[in-house]
Design a protein around this ligand. Structure first.
Ligand SMILES: N[C@@H](CCC(=O)N[C@@H](CS)C(=O)NCC(=O)O)C(=O)O
Length: 201
């Protein structure tokens, strides 16, 4: 498998999951501005949507959309516990989290990367985001991981998108349980390995 990624973007989530699962894969860096891969190809011919992450399977299929990629990967090793069995109630709960992260936190915070965005708009976005953070903080004050007592693909995704807060000058220490969650996930060997690999390339 090949993971097309750009450093410090949402592709960190499937990157972490690949390492958590100890699956063989090749990392291919994409320049998100030029849309060129590190090996000189036009990324738009790989993912027509033009964004990371994209996973190229050994059969040539290209799978996109982070929440789907991480579930596909977790299902390759069900014994890992990174995603409960398809069709189970627990799986729906996981998908509920993945959808919350993708629509409320990922898409809810990404506009803050736009340097042209006026301060008034930033303020509106921050206020909505902070309501979501309060909800996450309440949840994580009673449990170490989003779905309960063990790490799942939702935790990898939440860690990835909350990591952007540093770029937005948002201090996560305002939400103690959230800050504790970030420290807990960051300490995981697979997370450390993914961060180092992205920094090194
Ligand atoms: N819906 C997609 C969104 C992916 C996405 O927003 N990727 C960003 C990085 S976090 C990107 O590559 N943006 C470049 C672009 O849109 O041109 C997913 O959840 O995977």
């Amino acid at each position: 498998m090949k993971l097309y990624y750009a450093p410090a973007t949402c592709s960190l989530s499937p990157h972490i999951v690949l390492r958590e699962l100890d699956l063989p894969f090749e990392l291919i860096k994409v320049n998100n501005k030029s849309k060129k891969t590190a090996d000189g190809r036009d990324f738009l011919t790989i993912n027509h949507k033009g964004y990371v992450a994209a996973l190229e399977l050994d059969n040539g299929q290209i799978l996109t959309e982070g929440p789907i990629i991480v579930q596909y990967l977790a299902d390759m090793k069900p014994e890992s516990g990174l995603a409960p069995a398809n069709g189970s109630w627990a799986r729906l709960r996981l998908q509920e989290w993945l959808n919350f992260i993708t629509s409320e936190i990922h898409a809810g915070s990404a506009p803050l990367f736009n340097a042209e965005l006026p301060e008034e708009a930033r303020q509106i976005i921050r206020e909505k985001l902070f309501r979501r953070f309060a909800y996450l903080d309440t949840t994580l004050s009673t449990t170490d991981y989003l779905t309960g007592t063990s790490f799942s693909v939702a935790d990898a995704y939440l860690f990835t998108v909350l990591g952007w807060c540093a770029c937005f000058s948002i201090d996560l220490n305002r939400w103690h349980a959230l800050a504790g969650f970030m420290t807990r996930i960051e300490r995981r060997p697979a997370v450390q390995a993914a961060l180092s690999a992205e920094a090194a390339q």
